[in-house]
Design a protein. Structure first.
Lengths: 484, 1038
């Protein structure tokens, strides 16, 4: 009996000896970790691919380009919106508080995207993986450098001076990153874009179509020079695009340039057309890269439905077209009906509901839409070229496409009596709801005058957004913009 | 490192083994017989245990209360015990007959409390442990989950009913919140088996014998990294030796909503709507006497339906009446148990079927349990337990109660065409579709065709072997397991009772999750008395593994609502899964010592290794120490005959909190979707920052306690003061966004909780008429001491509406916003306030310019409330006369605040929702200024109406009659004639009466899960608590 007692003790003791420290070293079962994510060419490519997801985030509805370029302009307002739309209204009415959550989110998304780009660049630089085609590695890096520059370009226009982060930093290091002068940032991104432009191909084939091209980088460079008032350099870049012969207003590439080409741009399935210089890639369908513009901008009304559909689509009611943008269109301009729609029929009551919306983002597969978004299209290039050359020829090409009389031709509206005004009008109607309007007004120095004339209470300080309050809370060394 | 530990444990075992030796010497042995009876009644006690102290020899009394025990030496001490009675020790002194009278256990001091990995005499407890015995009183409260039994019963333990939805768990909070980001629910241990999740439904309350709550850190430190929120120890019933018995109980209950929210009636709503339109019209410069037409006023919102001019002719529908019902519940429990001096068993089954008080909600629960143990040798006991609980429920959409409150009463339930009543199908209101409230976002029956079934299967059990090598030295080796399987699905229906144009696509999503958790425990204990020295030691090892897997799937586009399974959906929308593993390896020790049963000291130590934490912080150490002094046993106290018990206790200990998700320390890569043209692709991106230093959240707590018994324990008081500091808080620390991330999960920040707890028990009357009272009171103060590198305040969003703010020097989870200070009564009021907002008119709301800079800006926001109470209390009174007993429990909470989202939505996020009744007293004109608090109504909001302010905060204090029980035990003379052991019938009512200020169903309810601390105090009119009336019967056959 005594022996059994000892035996039990020994067995239990042996069980205890079986424990292993390694059992505590557990790693996620359903996802990769950073340690095992950059070990093959495919993995590195997938890491870089995320910059295209980031481009989507930046150009999604309520991304920084939308908030500053469109929502803040005289093109849009909010009639009724989900959750009251109070924070959006503050942006529209130039009464932004520093704790505006939309601006805080946009800021956070920008720096997260910059981190993704920096991480992709660093992983490519330090990897020992040998790519099957060595130039692909260089190209991927140039793509990431491009996207980072594009984000900074949006940020300096929206906020002015911002912290400049060009590498992956630790949380501890992040406290020492304070606002950098926008001149320094412009200098950096001009250099970076020139680097990317030198490496990126003019065009892609097969499954790479949609990646950033050389001329995408060129187009952004041109816009930067134009923003900085450097017309000669802007012209040089714009001419490179025109002279490449790769782009045309014949968006549908049927050999005829007409209104159909304009409309072609806004069809749900149009991807990377002849007119597309720089485009955000979305894809419709379940579990794909869906866009959110249509849902965000559709009326927040329970009876709303897309044309030809009897299903209710409850939109979120943002970026509702103003009466002013309705009036901006010349009455016979075919772009009007393609850009603004005054309302819809309530199918239950058969009554017309006065609730304007823009059909520019129309996609009948509205549950999982995938319309691409054009950051720069060829019409924009031509209008910029008119602006830097003071030659209406390019402007008139854009108007001729939709059968509208050119500047200086009979029938052109008399109130746009200078080329500058004609371009301002044309950019507004041609590019409405494509996140250009307020950027254009600020760039041309017309923002305060134009907005004031329409009753907006705006001053010089409103030409920048506030730095988000939580950014300053976390790091008090970050300064606030004037007036906030 | 780990290997070293294993060797340590092993060598400790061996050393103890050899030191103690193994000699049992033969002595002169006799056989002792006798009887055991109850004091006072002289009833014989059947099945009382008689044991020879210090040995494993024991027997039980027979049906006549007689016992016979062999092998008694002249120096043996006999130990007599019986459930519900105090133990007695009697020296045999060589006598062959020992008759013993046991006193009923009305003095808690004699009791035994369960502590971590063992039990302790109440007398020797040096920490702070609260106990709830599931006695006759508590088993006369038909409850679905056991949290309800704790409400108002234990000082320092707050029980919140988040919602009254059948099947939901109560929230149990022990001594305040000690964590910001990690889960703050206590650890639940069932018969030594620590459970991985917080769910109070996983055990049948009828199986519970007692619940002991480890409140202070020295008691909980033995649970180390899981003890930081306190520990709830559940002891289930076991078979008693003696004749087999059968217990049956049945209760039938009627449940009702505890209260209604008072909203405007149709007349008041019509007048308010006219005011809102007219005020907005005037504010924009309109002529007040302009005709009430679209032509004259330009927009429908500045007009009102003509019918509103005759408000008394409007329909009145109480939508709360529509969704609430008086709902029955039936509860059956049956158990069979028995045993002898060597073995015992208990088999039990329970069944609950419950309708919810809200339509479309129901619940049922099936429970089975088997528990047995046997001494196969005089030194080996083997036992085990197997329990299973299966429950299933149906619930309507969460917002149905909110909608029933807010939907205007002017609509019929069904309008023209038989469609749900709203503006579009009510004659005269069609033009106001967009201004008055719509069925689509508020009719309580709009989504009544949705289905949300849920099924849960829990099983927990263990098998153990206990060896007693020499008297006092025991090794208990057990394997515990827990299994959980959950099936939840949500079907969003196509049909909405609104006609085909309102049909939606139909969406079904389902999730199946399973958890397998097992743990291996080896406990070596040694109890030894040497003269005046009493030693009790514990050495333990525990290995725990948790394995979780869940899968979710969904399909969209159902043609109709006929088939509500995935197969009928046309588009696959969701297909995803999640899998995690957790390992915890622990070793621990405790030594308790007392000298002359007067001077008590205890130390414990635990070392935990967890897979959850970073490579640099895998191991944590949790020591504790406590001392106690029973002053009343000192000679100098003998003259103070009134004081029969005075004990002082002090303790200090460390506990931890590991309640975060797995793998939180490691930066994981998420999969993203990209496209190039029409080619889909994937991307990977880092979604968080790795932190190899991520470790435990640590709580250090000091506890000082005093136990006092006066007048032969007629009056007894337990008082505790504690101060605890939690540091290394697991916190999503905000960091500069330029790093790419808004926060990093770190151990930063410090939080303090301090408080007092008082529990007073008095025997007011004894004799034929008995009356006793228990009062408990607790008060906790919580303060944040530090937060991250800059101590930057953290704003968290509890709901989409009201920020919850953490800042240094303040309690956690403060409500944050502007301070509302009433109405601008007239233009003079406005002119004299430089901070008024542009466009302010008389009757508008006024907010305090806190920094007096003449501008109302975001820096004028401040703390406008906190959901934690200033203090809580409970008072129980028990009366007994002959066979009749009566008890009632009042329970209350004082000084908490609630964010009333119903008030917010109905006033400011208006869209035509009904208004709270109090808005009748609004400002209407300078001649009718109302109560000076409720501002005027307008359809054109222009101030801070939509911005979080104290206007939305209401007082959460209440006092309620939590439970009232009237019981009758049939006299023994009667039931013995019908061969029954005992019969009890009772009437019970719960939550029968509540006194409160808030216009809420129940200020205790909040929107969110039982363990979501951040949601506390945020009320979106959740599923209300129930008020119940029960009739029950308990029958025992012996």
């Amino acid at each position: 009996m005594r022996n059994i007692k000892y035996f039990i003790l020994i067995v239990v003791t042996l069980i205890l000896l079986g424990c292993k420290k390694e059992e505590l070293d557990l790693y996620p079962l359903t996802s990769l970790t950073e340690a095992n994510s950059y070990n093959t060419e495919t993995q590195l490519t997938q890491a870089v691919n995320d910059i295209y997801r980031q481009m989507r985030i930046i150009y999604n509805a309520q991304g920084i380009a939308d908030l500053f370029g469109e929502l803040r302009s005289d093109n849009t307002y909010i009639k009724i919106a989900a959750a009251g739309g109070a924070t959006s209204n503050d942006i529209i009415n130039f009464t932004i508080r520093t704790d505006n959550p939309l601006i805080a989110t946009a800021w956070a998304n920008c720096y997260n995207a910059i981190f993704i780009c920096n991480n992709a660049i660093e992983q490519l630089e330090k990897t020992t993986v040998v790519f099957q085609q060595p130039d692909v590695k260089e190209r991927l890096k140039a793509e990431a450098v491009f996207v980072r520059s594009l984000i900074y370009f949006n940020m300096v226009r929206a906020w002015g001076d911002v912290p400049q982060v060009l590498k992956v930093i630790t949380p501890e290091q992040s406290y020492s990153y304070i606002r950098e002068s926008k001149d320094v940032i412009y200098k950096q991104i001009i250099g970076d874009l020139n680097y990317s432009k030198g490496i990126l191909p003019a065009r892609y084939t097969g499954t790479n179509i949609g990646r950033i091209t050389k001329y995408g980088a060129t187009g952004v460079l041109a816009k930067i020079y134009l923003t900085l008032g450097d017309k000669p350099n802007a012209e040089k870049e714009l001419r490179e695009i025109v002279n490449s012969g790769l782009y045309s207003l014949d968006a549908n590439a049927n050999g005829v340039i007409n209104t159909d080409d304009y409309l072609f741009n806004f069809q749900a399935t149009t991807k990377n057309s002849k007119e597309s210089v720089l485009e955000v890639q979305y894809l419709g369908g379940v579990n794909a890269s869906n866009s959110n513009h249509q849902e965000f901008y559709a009326p927040w009304h329970f009876a709303y439905h897309l044309p030809g559909s009897t299903e209710n689509l409850l939109g979120q009611g943002y970026n509702t077209p103003t009466e002013d943008i309705f009036n901006e269109f010349e009455s016979n301009d075919p772009r009007k009906a393609a850009s603004v729609n005054p309302g819809f029929i309530n199918l239950t009551t058969n009554q017309f509901v006065d609730y304007p919306w823009t059909p520019k983002f129309y996609d009948p597969t509205w549950r999982n839409p995938g319309q691409n978004f054009e950051i720069i299209r060829y019409a924009d290039i031509l209008l910029m070229l008119s602006e830097v050359t003071n030659d209406p020829a390019n402007l008139n090409m854009v108007r001729a496409r939709v059968s509208m009389p050119g500047f200086g031709q009979p029938g052109f509206p008399a109130k746009y009596n200078t080329l500058a005004l004609a371009i301002e009008h044309e950019r507004r109607v041609e590019l409405s709801f494509e996140f250009h309007r307020f950027f254009d007004l600020v760039r041309t120095g017309r923002a305060i005058e134009v907005m004031k004339s329409k009753g907006y209470k705006i001053d010089q300080n409103n030409l920048f957004f506030p730095i988000p309050l939580n950014t300053i809370d976390v790091n008090p060394k970050i300064t606030q913009n004037a007036g906030y | 490192m780990k290997k070293n530990l294993c060797y340590h444990v092993t060598s400790c075992f061996l050393i103890m083994l050899f030191l103690t030796g193994f000699s049992l010497k033969a002595k002169a042995q006799i056989t002792v017989t006798g009887s055991v009876t109850a004091a006072g009644t002289n009833e014989v006690l059947i099945g009382a245990t008689v044991a020879i102290k210090g040995t494993t020899l024991a027997t039980t009394t027979d049906a006549k209360g007689q016992y016979t025990i062999r092998n008694v030496t002249p120096r043996s001490t006999l130990l007599f015990s019986y459930s519900g009675f105090g133990n007695r020790e009697v020296s045999s002194n060589g006598q062959s007959v020992v008759n013993v009278v046991l006193a009923a256990n009305d003095s808690a001091l004699q009791g035994v409390v369960v502590v971590g990995y063992g039990t302790q005499k109440k007398r020797n407890v040096t920490g702070a442990v609260g106990s709830v015995k599931f006695d006759q009183d508590i088993s006369s409260r038909p409850m679905v989950e056991f949290g309800q039994a704790l409400s108002g019963k234990v000082a320092g333990v707050q029980v919140l009913t988040a919602s009254g939805r059948p099947g939901s768990s109560s929230t149990v909070q022990i001594r305040g919140l000690a964590s910001i980001s990690a889960n703050s629910s206590p650890l639940i241990v069932v018969d030594g088996n620590p459970l991985p999740s917080y769910d109070l439904n996983l055990i049948n309350s009828a199986d519970i014998e007692s619940i002991d709550i480890l409140k202070d850190a020295s008691s909980a430190a033995i649970y180390g990294s899981r003890g930081g929120n306190g520990v709830i120890l559940i002891t289930t019933k076991s078979g008693k030796s003696g004749k087999g018995r059968l217990d049956f109980s049945y209760a039938t209950t009627f449940q009702q909503a505890i209260d209604r929210v008072e909203m405007m009636n149709s007349r008041e709503y019509a007048l308010a709507s006219i005011d809102a339109a007219q005020n907005a019209w005037i504010d924009r410069g309109g002529d007040p006497s302009a005709p009430n037409t679209l032509a004259a006023r330009g927009a429908y919102k500045y007009t009102w339906p003509v019918a509103f001019n005759n408000p008394d002719t409007l329909v009145y529908t109480d939508f709360q009446d529509l969704i609430f019902r008086t709902a029955p519940m039936h509860k059956f429990d049956l158990s069979v148990s028995g045993g002898n001096e060597k073995s015992n068993y208990l088999i039990s089954g329970g069944y609950i079927t419950q309708q919810g008080i809200v339509i479309n909600s129901d619940y049922s629960k099936y429970a089975l349990s088997i528990k047995a143990s046997s001494k196969i040798l005089d030194w080996v006991e083997i036992g085990g337990k197997l329990g299973a609980v299966y429950d299933k429920s149906n619930t309507p959409i969460d917002r149905i109660t909110e909608w029933a409150v807010q939907y205007p009463t002017i609509y019929p339930v069904y309008g023209t065409n038989g469609y749900l009543g709203d503006a579009t199908n009510t004659p005269g209101l069609q033009n106001y579709d967009n201004i008055l409230f719509r069925a689509r976002n508020g009719h309580p029956l709009y989504v009544i065709n949705d289905r949300r079934p849920s099924q849960n299967f829990n099983s927990l059990g263990n098998i153990y072997a206990q060896f007693e090598f020499i008297p006092g030295l025991r090794l208990k080796s057990s394997l515990n397991y827990f299994y959980n399987r959950q099936d939840n699905s949500t079907y969003a229906a196509v049909q909405h009772n609104m006609g085909p144009s309102y049909n939606t696509e139909g969406v079904l999503t389902g999730t199946q999750a399973r958890t397998i958790n097992y743990n291996l425990q080896n406990l070596l204990t040694y109890d030894k008395e040497i003269g005046d020295h009493n030693l009790s030691a514990l050495l333990g090892y525990e290995y725990l593994k948790n394995d979780f897997y869940s899968a979710s799937q969904g399909r969209n586009r159902f043609d109709n609502d006929q088939i509500q399974y995935l197969s009928a959906g046309q588009v696959i929308s969701v297909a995803s899964d999640n899998a995690t593993e957790t390992v915890l390896i622990s070793s621990f020790a405790r030594a308790s010592y007392n000298f002359k049963n007067k001077y008590i000291a205890s130390v414990s130590f635990r070392r935990d290794g967890s897979s959850r934490f970073g490579p640099n912080k895998k191991w944590g150490y949790f020591p504790s120490a406590s001392v106690g002094w029973i002053v009343s046993d000192e000679v100098f106290m003998t003259n103070l005959s009134q004081v029969n018990n005075l004990k002082l206790r002090a303790s200090y200990g460390f506990t931890g909190n590991d309640r975060i998700g797995d793998y939180r320390w490691i930066g994981s890569m998420q999969q993203g979707r990209v496209a190039f043209g029409t080619t889909p692709g994937i991307s990977y991106y880092p979604s968080s920052i790795s932190n190899p230093d991520l470790g435990w959240e640590r709580t250090k707590q000091f506890n000082f306690g005093l136990d006092l018994g006066l007048l032969n324990n007629r009056i007894s008081l337990e008082a505790d003061y504690y101060i605890s500091k939690s540091d290394g808080l697991l916190l999503e620390v905000p960091i500069p966004q330029v790093s790419g991330f808004g926060s990093v999960f770190q151990n930063i920040g410090e939080l303090e909780n301090k408080g007092i707890e008082l529990a007073l028990t008095t025997q007011n009357m004894k004799g034929a008429f008995e009356w006793s009272t228990q009062i408990n009171f607790s008060r906790n103060r919580n303060q944040i001491l530090s937060l991250g590198p800059n101590d930057a305040p953290m704003n968290l969003n509890a709901s989409n509406a009201l920020p919850v703010r953490n800042e240094v020097g303040q309690p956690i989870f403060n409500f944050y916003g502007y301070r509302y200070i009433g109405v601008y009564k007239n233009q003079k009021d406005i002119d004299s306030d430089p901070s008024h907002l542009p466009g302010t008119k008389p009757g508008d709301g006024r907010y305090e310019d806190l920094n007096k800079d003449g501008k109302l800006e975001s820096n004028d926001r401040t703390i406008i409330g906190n959901p934690a109470p200033d203090f809580t209390y409970g008072i129980t009174n028990n009366f007994k006369y002959k066979n009749i007993d009566l008890s009632f429990l009042f329970q209350g909470v004082q000084g908490s605040e609630v964010f009333d989202n119903n008030l917010r939505r109905s006033l400011f996020y208006h869209e035509g929702r009904n208004y709270a009744k109090s808005v009748v007293n609004r400002w209407r004109s300078e001649a009718q200024p109302g109560d000076g608090y409720h501002h005027k109504l307008t359809v054109d909001l222009h101030g801070l109406e939509q911005t979080p302010s104290s206007y939305w905060i209401v007082d959460g204090s209440y006092v309620r009659l939590k439970s009232l029980t009237l019981g009758y035990n049939m006299p023994a003379s009667l039931i013995s004639k019908i061969s029954l052991g005992s019969v009890r019938v009772y009437l019970n009512g719960q939550n029968l009466f509540t006194a409160k200020n808030a216009n809420l169903f129940d200020p205790e309810n909040f929107s969110g899960g039982a363990d979501q601390a951040l949601q506390r105090g945020a009320s979106h009119s959740p599923y209300p608590t129930t008020k119940t009336y029960s009739l029950g019967i308990n029958i025992s056959l012996k």
